[in-house]
Design a protein around this ligand. Structure first.
Ligand SMILES: NC(=O)C1=CN([C@@H]2O[C@H](COP(=O)(O)OP(=O)(O)OC[C@H]3O[C@@H](n4cnc5c(N)ncnc54)[C@H](OP(=O)(O)O)[C@@H]3O)[C@@H](O)[C@H]2O)C=CC1
Ligand SMILES: CC(C)(CO)C(=O)C(=O)O
Length: 309
């Protein structure tokens, strides 16, 4: 797709976050096809809607939907919004929509997603999009954004991949669709910085029975554990070559204090009985940090706890 042009986009994993991107990009004039599973019939009848934090709505009365990836056909871009627990489905869901030049964009949390895409499609451009966006699917095809202003996304190319050539056009299309987008020269560093928040706050809030972030921030012992987890991740990131400064821990704690009772996506999964993304968000960082000699006792305990749930 040329700068300023419109892309043909497939959304594979049209849940909360995938639908958020798809609805915004469709409204901006791109040709977006959504792969749906359980939501297919209700969305066929009622369409899709995005309810923004101030109650404003973006409505797609008749979105282009499919319940089989073959019906979507090859796309210019494919946005992957599956939970990482479903990454084993890449090999069946993606080949029908991915052509030789299709840009693959993973909007998933955690480690290993871009790599899994590159393993299947070694010659395709791959971009990781790390979302500081908070959305929830309250009914089929009905997505609620609960971060005022919607937050933002950080995009970066996977190492050794031609995704770099697509960052500008991707940023431009996202911005034009109302998705605030920053570029990063190091997807790895951005991932480890994001893990510094996801590990303590997605993990501890589940481990204590599915609570908001204030339950961790407001309890001295849990707060100390959250800081210790952040430090373990930061040091692992440093050992892997990502220069994350010590002050970043304080910055994230200060930011989280402002959130009030925020329910991380893992808490919503846990409360709804969905599988937790333990591998991508917790176990892979533990393995990667340990492999470069960083002691991660708090993360080890957290993984053991999450495995028992
Ligand atoms: N929600 C958020 O605010 C944020 C989420 N993230 C990350 O984004 C990723 C997606 O999260 P989220 O959108 O919340 O997850 P959801 O569970 O809402 O979405 C996942 C979607 O994948 C679909 N799916 C699963 N299996 C198939 C299949 N075989 N065929 C077709 N569709 C399938 C599900 O369909 P079905 O409904 O039928 O199960 C569901 O719609 C995760 O990695 C998460 O950590 C990151 C930042 C914020
Ligand atoms: C970015 C954040 C904190 C939600 O926007 C998230 O990653 C999550 O809830 O899992």
């Amino acid at each position: 797709m040329e700068t300023g042009g419109k892309a043909s986009i497939g959304i594979i994993g049209s849940g909360a976050l995938g639908s958020y991107f798809g609805i915004r990009l469709a409204k901006a004039g791109h040709s977006v096809g959504f792969l749906l599973r359980s939501d297919y019939e209700p969305v066929q009848q009622r369409g899709m809607r995005l309810v923004l934090a101030g109650d404003q709505e973006v409505i797609l009365p008749s979105p282009d939907i499919a319940n089989d990836p073959d019906q979507l056909g090859k796309r210019d871009w494919v946005i992957v919004g599956l939970k990482t627990t479903r990454n084993h489905l890449f090999k069946t869901l993606l080949p029908p929509v991915v052509g030789p030049d299709t840009l693959l964009i993973t909007i998933q949390n955690g480690l290993g997603n871009a790599e899994a895409l590159m393993e299947l499609f070694p010659d395709n451009p791959v971009i990781g999009a790390l979302c500081q966006i908070g959305v929830n699917r309250k009914a089929p095809g009905e997505i609620h954004s609960f971060v005022p202003g919607d937050g933002f996304v950080q995009i970066g190319a996977a190492v050794g991949n031609r995704g770099n050539d697509y960052l500008d056009v991707c940023q431009e299309a996202f911005e034009a669709a109302g998705i605030r987008t920053k570029k990063t020269a190091s997807l790895g560093e951005a991932l480890w910085r994001k893990l510094m928040w996801n590990v303590p706050f997605n993990g501890l809030t589940v481990a204590i029975g599915g609570k908001g972030t204030d339950a961790v921030c407001g309890n001295p012992e849990l707060r100390q554990t959250a800081v210790a987890l952040m430090e373990e991740i930061r040091l692992a990131g440093n050992a892997l070559g990502y220069p994350i400064e010590p002050a970043y821990t304080d910055k994230l704690m200060g930011f989280t204090d402002q959130l009030g009772s925020y329910m991380a996506s893992s808490v919503l999964d846990w409360l709804d009985g969905r599988r937790l993304e333990v591998e991508a968000i917790f176990r892979k960082p533990l393995e990667a940090g340990t492999a470069v000699g960083v002691d991660m006792p708090e993360l080890k305990k957290l993984v053991e706890k999450l495995d028992q749930l």
